[in-house]
Every structure is written in structure tokens, then in C-alpha cells.
Design a protein around this ligand. Structure first.
Ligand SMILES: [Zn+2]
Ligand SMILES: [Zn+2]
Length: 316
């Protein structure tokens, strides 16, 4: 019995030794992964499944793979979901949502990678409120894909890329500007990065904008008025600018940015974000457009409870 056992073991070992290096690497990776799981037991911060691969990002591959691009018809100007197959075209022959038909957006076009929900929303929160910086590279890859859809529209000399700035108090609290981290990651991966000129010092948030909760539409617009300023006009004057941010909720923030940048001489303003809130039904369209379109800050700032929950989840 012992002989049979030794013989079969020998065969197995011989089999392994003659396999290609690829198999060896897979084994090494498997062993390293198992060791990692034993030494640093950790669960995916989104689904809770045990992490078995070595990664700086505490999120499993399955969760990342489920963060899809927006599918279906969207407004050619703001990227909002369109439900009617008879969406009315704008003068350029492209479909527009009701809001963009009523009010001409301050930006030329806004695009987003995915819907601001589920895993993608949680990944953004992990970066913003959990301080999980490795999330920026995954989000940057997504932002890069969104930017790619705009690239055919950019001029030959390229565009000035401006991440939406944080107020310095918020920056100090958070330690980083998530929009800038994501933009840097996107540019690093972009094959046409020589046409994307990152500019982080020419545009600033002059004052903190208080929570928008409970404010009327008019009050919300007032709340954002004067929040941004161009500090180096020569950086944007006569140039096309691409404003980038993590999330587009109703567009109030990027619209205000676009107005200020255009006032400073930017010839066109484009917008790209990682995620966007999307209407879930045609009925919701009526509720939303009849209500208000300026809740960016509310979405951003009222996440205090989420912030605390995330901080607990990541053990800080
Ligand atoms: Zn997961
Ligand atoms: Zn629209």
C-alpha cells in the first residue's frame, strides 16, 4: 500500500514539474493568495465575501465586474435616462430629456460611466468617506471610459481637465480631493493623455456650501452661487475645458462650474463623471422635473450617517 502511495505521489510531482511555467505561476499565486487570506483575513467591503486575492483594494473582483456602464437611451446633453422611444431631438438631431429641452445646459455635454447605485455607489463612498484610496484607480478606469466617448468631440489641441475642487476646509478634513485622485488615475490609463491637460490650481471652491436639505430650488441655486472661482484665467481662456467629478446627481454643481469657467473665457465646457443618478421610471421623470434639480450637495453632504457607518465598517 505504501509503495502504491509513494508511486502515485511521485507521478503527481513529476506531472507538475513537467507542466509549463504558467501552471507554476498559477500555483504560486494560489498559494500566495491562500497565505494572504490566512495572514490578513479580510472581507469584501461591498458584499462581505472573503477576499482571496492579494489586492490593495478591499473589494472582490465579482463586485467590480458588476459595476456596468449605463445601457439604453440617454439624453445627448446631460446623460439622463430616456424612457420614451419618441424622445424629441434637439436642433442637432440628438435626443434630449425634458429638462434639457426647457433649460439649455451651461455645459456642452455630460457623460457618466455608470449608474450611481449599488456597488458603484459604495465604491465611491469607500473612497470619499472610508479613505480607501486604491478605489481611485478602479474609478479612474471608469472615468477614462466615459471620457473616451467625448474624445471625438475634442479639438486637436485637446482640453484642459479640471477636477471639481473641494473647499480647503473639506480638503483638510478628507486629506484629498476624490475628483482629482480619480482624474489622475484616468489620465494615467488614457492612451490619449497628451490631449488631456490636467489643471488643478486654476479653479477653486471659495466657500463651503452648506447642506441643501430643505431648501427650495431657488435657494439651492443661491446656495451654490459664488462658490467657485477661476484664479488663473489664462489657464482656461480660449480653451475647451473638461470638468470631472465622481458623481453627477442633478448637475447643479457642474452647471455652476461650467458657468464660472465660461465667464472666465472657456470656449466650451464638457463634463465627465464616474457615476450618475438615473431616473428609474418615466413617472419619476415627472416627480423629479417638477420638483427640483439641485440636490448635489444634499447627496454629498447629508451622508454623515453613511460616513459613520463606513468608518465603522473599515474600522476607523
Ligand atoms: Zn464583493
Ligand atoms: Zn438632459
Amino acid at each position: 500500500m505504501a509503495g502504491i502511495s509513494i508511486a502515485s505521489k511521485t507521478n503527481t510531482l513529476q506531472g507538475i514539474s513537467t507542466r509549463p511555467a504558467l501552471i507554476g505561476r498559477a500555483w504560486a499565486s494560489h498559494i500566495a493568495g491562500s497565505l494572504f487570506a490566512v495572514l490578513f483575513p479580510s472581507d469584501c467591503r461591498i458584499c462581505g465575501a472573503p477576499l482571496i486575492k492579494i489586492s490593495r483594494l478591499p473589494v472582490c473582483c465579482e463586485c467590480v465586474e458588476h459595476m456596468h456602464r449605463i445601457a439604453g437611451h440617454v439624453c445627448a446633453r446631460c446623460g439622463e435616462r430616456l424612457f420614451s422611444p419618441y424622445a424629441i431631438d434637439d436642433p442637432e438631431g440628438e435626443p434630449r430629456c425634458g429638462l434639457c429641452r426647457r433649460i439649455e445646459p451651461a455645459f456642452s455635454r455630460a457623460v457618466a460611466y455608470g449608474s450611481y447605485e449599488s456597488g458603484l455607489r459604495e465604491l465611491i463612498h469607500l473612497l470619499k468617506y472610508g479613505g480607501v484610496r486604491p478605489a481611485a484607480s478602479v474609478l479612474g478606469r471608469m472615468l477614462g471610459e466615459a471620457i473616451t466617448t467625448l474624445e471625438p468631440l475634442f479639438p486637436a489641441e485637446g482640453v484642459v481637465v479640471v477636477p471639481v475642487p473641494l473647499h480647503r476646509t473639506k480638503f483638510r478634513q478628507r486629506g484629498f480631493n476624490q475628483a482629482e485622485l480619480i482624474a489622475r488615475a484616468a489620465l494615467k490609463l488614457s492612451p490619449s493623455r497628451e490631449r488631456l491637460h490636467l489643471c488643478t490650481g486654476a479653479f477653486e471652491r471659495k466657500r463651503e456650501t452648506p447642506s441643501q436639505i430643505g431648501l427650495t430650488s431657488h435657494q439651492r441655486r443661491e446656495n451654490l452661487r459664488g462658490a467657485f472661482a477661476v484664479t488663473q484665467t489664462e489657464a482656461v481662456k480660449g480653451r475647451e475645458v473638461l470638468v470631472v467629478d465622481d458623481v453627477y446627481t442633478t448637475g447643479a454643481t457642474v452647471s455652476e462650474c461650467a458657468k464660472v469657467l465660461r465667464r472666465a473665457g472657456a470656449t466650451k465646457v464638457w463634463v465627465a463623471t464616474v457615476a450618475r443618478t438615473l431616473k428609474v421610471s418615466a413617472q419619476h421623470v415627472e416627480i423629479k422635473t417638477g420638483n427640483d434639480n439641485d440636490n448635489d450637495i444634499e447627496m454629498d453632504e447629508h451622508s454623515e450617517a453613511e460616513q459613520v457607518a463606513l468608518a465603522k465598517a473599515v474600522g476607523i
